[in-house]
Design a protein. Structure first.
Length: 74
């Protein structure tokens, strides 16, 4: 089954849900997905923020070099 068919199947299933707790849990999954940055380790968040600040100031780093740096933090 391709991704589009799976999404339609899920949409159809969700429209039939009558269990309030299940709907709450699905909403929580959506919320967590929307707030993915908050679930990263603090040191990774700080590196990302620093990288954004540097890019905004015209200080750019080669992608491979940055990936190597982040992999060492994980």
């Amino acid at each position: 089954m391709n991704i589009e068919a799976r999404k339609i199947e899920l949409i159809n299933w969700i429209t039939q849900i009558k269990n309030e707790e299940l709907l709450y849990r699905l909403e929580k999954v959506k919320s967590e997905r929307d707030n993915w940055f908050e679930f990263l380790p603090v040191n990774i968040q700080e590196e990302i923020k620093e990288s954004i600040d540097q890019a905004n100031n015209g200080i750019l780093i080669n992608h491979e070099k940055q990936v190597d740096k982040l992999e060492k933090l994980i």
